[in-house]
Design a protein around this ligand. Structure first.
Ligand code: HEM
Length: 123
């Protein structure tokens, strides 16, 4: 499967389930929980959801609202070390399982998340 077909395959609902399952874990996580804005979890969830939808073949609402992603720059204020990177991946992997992302899609998303998360390391 081409990565740009992921949106049409799992739909908005698939990304909603994935990001909701991820943020549910982030909120109570001892390492990542305190990095995210405590009173802005809903908007943070929305930003990740719209980014992923755009990245994998869906509408470009993310860039219409936020401009160019510039993800590494946007992460510069946060202490992303290897421990934070590994925790992010752990929670996202659990979220993919909970959201029942089909195996042929998970095998594309997993290395994408791993590579992007490595690229975010800034400490
Ligand atoms: C490596 C570990 C990571 C950590 C600790 C981390 C942490 C954060 C934090 C604290 C925010 C601010 C929340 C907000 O207000 O939106 C954020 C934003 C964001 N992150 Fe990450 N992140 C990580 C990896 C990733 C990865 C791998 C992706 C993409 C696959 C990603 C995509 C985003 C997006 C799209 C935003 C919102 C950017 C914006 O429009 O402002 N992050 N991240």
């Amino acid at each position: 499967m081409d990565e740009m077909q992921i949106y049409q395959t799992i739909g908005e609902d698939g990304f909603n389930r994935l990001v909701a399952a991820f943020y549910r874990r982030v909120k109570t996580d001892d390492l990542l929980g305190k990095m995210y804005p405590p009173n802005d979890f809903e908007n943070a969830e929305q930003r990740l959801r719209l980014f992923l939808i755009q990245r994998f073949g869906g509408p470009t609402t993310y860039s219409n609202e936020r401009g160019h992603p510039r993800l590494r720059m946007r992460h510069a204020p946060f202490d992303v070390d290897v421990l934070a990177r590994n925790r992010w991946i752990k929670l996202m992997t659990e979220a993919m399982t909970e959201a029942e992302i089909p195996a042929e899609i998970a095998m594309i998303l997993k290395p994408y998340f791993e590579n992007t998360a490595t690229f975010m390391i800034n400490r």
